[in-house]
Write a protein that binds this ligand. Structure first.
Ligand code: NAI
Length: 708
């Protein structure tokens, strides 16, 4: 590690440069080298001041996240190692000016705060995002940040985890000057100005620590926000707790409290889950048989067929990423409706500050409404989003195959239909793929990329790469009914309906799952998506149902009464004009009558059973999907559920959650349900096998990779 930390001299100012590409993470060894550099500077009388700067594209972007995982096995806690180094910087007799470009996050900001001054370029960002990994700053961040920025700002940054711009950091007092032009030149000039002056130690700056009265208000409000926004999540509350220690205790004692809280968070299931998610989002991009070297097809223009709920949203996603889009409909009225919805959605994005008016004007210019396939010959990719019906989809693909140039990718947004069958209507099945967006397409991060049996590696690689440009997390899935997400969602929602029919309250069910952390309960989700969607599918496939296997029926009966959910103002709940929901005693009365007639025994059902029934239904189906190879790895299923179905990130996804509970326990519970409720609960063979071998889904996926 000879060059990772370099010292050069510039006219009496030492420049310490950290070179640990790509993001100057504080990997083992680096902090020690900074320590040595400071020792050298202190001893060298020819040096009056120092500048600490990052080489390459950023200052220290953070700790090395891989190290967190190692710490939990070795009980070596990061902060404890960093702390003396930061104190050493603070104790340096020559002023240390930290020069920031790119990002100074987590350990990077903690390092920067140990300097006597900080300067930054306008494009720089600073932050303490540890809460996003279920952690708190662990190297004095919760103690130094309130001393620089004040308690309210520190609480906001440490408990919320959002970065702030250099300009905002200047206002907060985290940095001392914005540098225009070259950062090093500006930092050196600053260092010359402050050389020879007494250097302020951050840990001794108590002026901004506030009064107990002021702080009490800040802490109470922040705790309430954290509990409301992220119920059940512990790290933000721990961060607030640590900042309380900063204002109530001397610096060194405050640091001890921070260390204890950091260690508690580090060893928590929540942090392990969030770190799993962090790496999982990167892992899903790796496809064993599609190498990084696979060539991709250049995509410069796109067409979307259908300007309904999904087509309109998809056109927006594409336009937002800079692609010119042809948007095709059947007639002028449908086209006008589609465009009007797009305009309305953009207007609300401007209102909420997500986009500027100018950006929206440019996006709208990129979307060209059309009524024919003229012009399709020029596009590189078509995404079809017409009604869900095989005959219609095949007709459209046949036409697309005729009008599109050879080599153009033909993608379908179908949520249930076979990609292979759709592809069979073309003479280019290797160019046909599923791109399953989630509603609202312009908001939801998930994209299931569905691989047909003929889909080429280039087409897969192209869609996976495109997803990044669109700001989506793409997960490659196999071509089975409902693909991965919806296939699992079926049993999950089925159990919610069974529970209603067995006597659980509608709100009790939704509340139990929200209590678990789901963004929305399964019955309310049904109302949002439209109960009629499933009803139509069930009617179509009724002949395929196995006789004697129990089916939920109350939702169909609600549909027969025209209660389709939010769109008709009533479903499981009733809705006002603004689509605010309220419980509806009428539904409870109706259900009571239907189940009495069907002779279903009623009983009291607790929240624990509700959660187990719904979640283990997800897990059991997930295990089948994994076994059948329709998902590449357990983590792929997790990422789908976190980004498309409102599964709480701090529980890591359904498969990770099951691993955390223990597959033996999950399997036993599923066996109980099997005995009580019959065939739908047949345990997945893979689950049985792993439970018996005391293994996890994560280990199963690891073993599979090793043998691949
Ligand atoms: P939608 O009913 O809102 O829109 C379908 C649109 O396609 C209509 O505007 C219709 O006029 C148009 N259309 C029909 N035939 C056409 C043709 N020959 N040329 C051009 N346009 C034509 O339906 P939605 O909800 O947008 O669904 C579209 C597809 O996306 C379906 O395959 C559906 O399964 C899938 N999907 C739907 C999701 C949802 O939550 N709504 C989520 C994910 C996928």
């Amino acid at each position: 590690m000879s060059d990772v930390v370099q010292i050069t001299k510039n006219n009496g100012v030492a420049v310490i440069t950290i070179n640990n590409p790509p993001v100057n993470a504080l990997s083992p060894g680096i902090p020690d080298r900074i320590f040595e550099a400071i020792e050298t500077i202190d001893k060298d009388d020819s040096i009056k001041a120092a500048v600490l700067i990052g080489g390459g594209r950023t200052f220290v972007a953070g700790a090395d996240i891989k190290e967190f995982g190692k710490m939990t096995s070795g009980k070596r806690v990061r902060g404890a190692g960093m702390m003396p180094i930061l104190l050493r910087i603070e104790d340096c007799r020559k002023p240390v000016v930290v020069a920031i470009h790119g990002t100074a996050f987590g350990g990077g900001l903690e390092l920067a705060m140990a300097g006597h001054y900080r300067v930054a370029v306008a494009s720089a960002q600073v932050g303490q995002p540890e809460v996003k990994l279920g952690l708190i700053p662990g190297a004095g961040g919760t103690q130094r940040l309130p001393r620089l920025a004040g308690v309210a700002a520190a609480v906001e940054m440490c408990a919320g985890g959002k970065p702030v711009s250099a300009e905002q950091a200047l206002k907060f007092g985290i940095i001392d000057r914005l540098i225009e032009g070259d950062l090093l030149t500006g930092a050196l000039a600053f260092a010359h100005e402050v050389a020879g002056r007494p250097a302020p130690k951050t840990r001794e700056r108590n002026a901004k620590l506030g009064t107990p009265e002021q702080n009490a208000v800040v802490f109470a409000a922040a705790s309430e926000t954290a509990r409301k926004k992220q119920p059940g999540v512990t790290a933000p509350l721990a961060a607030i707790q640590a900042i309380k220690a900063a204002v109530n205790l001397p610096f060194d004692k405050g640091c001890e409290v921070e260390q204890e809280l950091f260690a508690e968070c580090l060893f928590s299931d929540q942090s392990k889950a969030l770190i799993h998610v962090f790496f999982g989002e990167r892992e899903v991009a790796k496809i064993p048989d599609v190498s990084n070297e696979t060539s991709v097809i250049p995509i410069n223009s796109v067409a979307v067929v259908g300007a309904g709920t999904m087509g309109g949203g998809i056109a927006m996603v594409l336009a937002n990423a800079g692609f010119p889009v042809l948007l095709k409909e059947v007639d002028q009225a449908a086209l006008d409706r589609g465009i009007a919805t797009i305009q309305k959605n953009y207007a609300s994005s401007v209102k909420r500050g997500r986009f500027t008016q100018q950006f929206v004007v440019e996006c709208l210019k990129r979307i060209q409404p059309v009524l024919s396939f003229d012009g399709f010959s020029g596009v590189d990719l078509v995404i079809e989003a017409v009604f869900e019906g095989m005959a219609l989809k095949k007709e459209i693909f046949k036409e697309l195959d005729r009008v599109c140039k050879p080599g153009a990718i033909l993608a379908s947004n179908t949520s249930t239909l076979s990609i292979d069958e759709i592809a069979s209507s073309t003479a280019r099945p290797e160019f046909v793929i599923g791109t399953h967006f989630f509603s609202p397409a312009n908001i939801m991060r998930l994209l299931e990329v569905v691989r047909g049996k003929a889909t080429s590696e280039e087409v897969i690689a192209t869609c996976m790469q495109l997803s990044k440009k669109l700001g989506k997390v793409a997960v490659l899935v196999g071509n089975c009914t409902g693909f991965v997400g919806n296939r699992m969602f079926g049993p999950y929602r089925r159990e919610a309906q069974f529970l209603v029919e067995e006597g659980a309250g509608i709100e009790a069910i939704d509340n139990a799952l929200c209590g678990f952390g789901m963004a929305m309960g399964p019955l309310a989700t049904g109302d949002l998506a439209g109960l009629d969607v499933g009803w139509r599918i069930r009617k179509e496939y009724r002949h395929l149902q196995k006789p004697g296997v129990r089916q939920p029926f109350c939702e169909d009966k609600l549909c027969e009464l025209g209660r389709y959910g939010q769109k008709t103002g009533a479903g499981w709940y009733k809705y006002d004009e603004q689509r605010r929901s309220a419980s509806d005693p009428e539904v409870a009365r109706l259900v009571a009558g239907w189940v009495a007639e069907a002779g279903i025994p009623q009983r009291k059902i607790g929240a624990d059973e509700i959660v187990d029934r719904c979640l283990y239904a997800l897990v059991n189906e997930g295990a089948r999907i994994l076994e059948e190879g329709f998902a590449l790895r357990a983590v792929d299923i997790d990422i789908i559920y976190l980004n498309g179905y409102g599964f709480p990130a701090y529980r890591g996804g359904p498969m990770w959650y099951a691993d955390t509970v223990g597959l033996k326990k999950v399997y036993e519970r599923i066996r109980e349900f099997h005995k009580q409720h019959g065939e739908t609960w047949t345990p997945s063979p893979l689950l049985k096998q792993l439970a018996e071998q005391a293994k996890t889904f994560a280990e199963f996926s690891r073993d599979q990779r090793a043998t691949a």
